[in-house]
Design a protein around this ligand. Structure first.
Ligand code: SAH
Ligand code: SF4
Ligand code: F3S
Length: 468
């Protein structure tokens, strides 16, 4: 048998890319590849790229510059290193990548990576291979399942893509172009994936999609199911103790999703609901198709059924034409909602998007100043939210042993990292995969520190090996 070839994947961008990188490993494992943590001994390096902002996109080229040197060094010791660019930059720039960086052997878009084995073979034979069409077949039908030991090694929390692409066309955003039209996977395929993950130790599932709550996959009853209905079904999968979903659009929040938050204890009361701006004028220019008041009403619907619920969001500052008054409306909205955390970005014009054609660019210094002010407000809200946990007993799903001896690390319902020392007689490994009450004593940066509030019930057994 040929010795295994070594594969190194570097992923940028969103959760969809994290998921895709794992699925690329699943595609290449049967081809005799094993993962390596270092670029230097890799036979194949894949950059799984993000195109969302200019900075993210340009990173690829500096990385390719470094890879050229690594490849020359490998060549000197008689080893051939192949280099592939996958993800959203691959989709958006295609041949341009090869023109700027001839070192690249394969360019493959996010809907085509199930073809990686053929593309690598074609690059071997012909020197290079590119595929950035949206293929007629659906990649999910061709992706091999991860092996049980792979699932265990990936830990107790897993992403499952249920929906891909976006039909919303916000004026600033490349996703509809890089990921293509919105498509939902069938319910049965998702249940099968989740059951397989749960059978191999996974306890927490995050359903992901660029627009996950637009989910409308075919159900076993021949009807389109909503995300709420899907969540309800997945809550019944044995072993699954926590469910999450990301990223949602305010306009696609429907009654089923609200009902799911009311009815399902496994559905975590923490929702990422990007709003982008608090100004109706800017929201309209962004083609968001909702106002700030619409957004507040959506938040109120969640809060009415689930008082424990907390929110995070995304914001863009300095969208073309944004005035001080518009920006003040964003600060006002943040103050009204009160977030557990949020991401904020300076507007970055993206080629091919309508906003890139808009005049009235906000000066860089103004953008910097607005970003700083918004981030200060969000940081203050986040620390207040985290501080509020001190003195309380909260449920923590334990994920892995910590860096310090005897330490155990998990997350609260709100994804706050929580650290405990279970004490002598309790092996941290045996507690991984369990949800246990923790009394929070203090806060260290973004992490909560505490103690197990009660010994685990007698019947508790290790649910998962982390493979670590
Ligand atoms: N589908 C999600 C997230 C899309 S990308 C949604 O609808 O919200 C993640 C975030 O990147 C966006 O929410 C937005 O805040 C930011 N973003 C997207 N395009 C951008 C651009 N051109 N400049 C700056 N930030 C951008
Ligand atoms: Fe981009 Fe808007 Fe679609 Fe989100 S909803 S992915 S921001 S176009
Ligand atoms: Fe980036 Fe593509 Fe995700 S552009 S944010 S990797 S969908």
């Amino acid at each position: 048998m040929a010795p295994p070839r070594k594969l190194h994947i570097k992923s940028y961008g969103c959760q969809m890319n994290v998921y895709d990188a794992q699925r690329m490993v699943d595609v290449l494992t049967p081809q005799g590849f094993v993962e390596t943590a270092s670029v230097d001994d890799a036979d194949l390096v894949i950059l799984n790229t993000c195109h969302i902002r200019e900075k993210a996109s340009e990173k690829v080229y500096s990385e390719l510059g470094r890879l050229r040197l690594a490849r020359d060094e490998a060549a000197q010791s008689g080893r051939r290193m192949q280099i592939a660019v996958a993800g959203c930059v691959a989709q958006a720039e295609g041949e341009e990548i090869v023109r700027r960086a001839p070192v690249v052997d394969v360019v493959v878009g996010p809907q085509s990576y199930h073809h990686l084995p053929e593309l690598l073979a074609r690059a071997d034979a012909q020197g290079r291979a590119l595929e950035t069409e949206f293929p007629v077949e659906d990649k999910f039908g061709f992706l091999p399942q991860p092996r049980p030991e792979t699932i265990r090694a990936r830990g107790i929390s897993a992403f499952v893509t249920v929906q891909e692409g976006c039909d919303k066309f916000c004026a600033f955003c490349v996703v509809p172009y890089t990921r293509g039209a919105e498509v939902s996977r069938p319910v049965a395929a998702i249940i099968a994936d989740v059951e397989r993950l749960a059978d191999n130790g996974v306890r927490e599932i995050t359903l992901i999609g660029q627009n996950v709550n637009a989910y409308h996959g075919d159900g076993p009853d021949g009807r389109a199911w909503t995300l709420g209905r899907l969540l309800q079904r997945l809550a019944a999968v044995p072993g699954i103790v926590r469910l999450r979903y990301s990223t949602s659009h305010p306009n696609d929040v429907d009654d089923d999703l609200i009902a799911a938050h009311r009815d399902l204890p496994a559905l975590m009361p923490f929702v990422h609901l990007p709003v982008q701006s608090g100004s109706d004028r800017i929201l309209a220019a962004m083609n968001r198709k909702h106002s700030a008041a619409d957004y507040r009403r959506v938040i109120d619907r969640f809060r009415a059924v689930q008082p424990q619920i907390a929110f995070s969001s995304d914001f863009i500052v300095g969208f073309p034409g944004e005035t001080d008054v518009d920006f003040a409306a964003t600060l006002a909205l943040v103050t009204q909602i009160g977030y557990a955390g949020a991401y904020s970005f300076k507007y970055s014009p993206r080629p091919g998007t309508p906003a890139a054609e808009m005049p009235e660019m906000v000066p860089a210094a103004v953008m910097d100043e607005r970003l700083e002010r918004l981030q200060q407000l969000i940081d203050a809200q986040q620390s207040a939210f985290n501080k509020a946990a001190i003195g309380r007993t909260v449920d923590v799903l334990f994920e892995r042993a910590g860096r310090k001896p005897g330490q155990l690390v998990g997350r609260t319902a709100y994804l706050q990292p929580a650290h405990v020392f279970p004490g002598p007689g309790m092996s941290p490994d045996a507690l991984v995969g369990q949800v246990l009450p923790v009394r929070i004593d203090s806060l260290e940066r973004y992490s909560l520190l505490g103690e197990l509030a009660a010994t685990p019930p007698q019947h508790a057994r290790p649910l998962a090996a982390t493979g670590a």
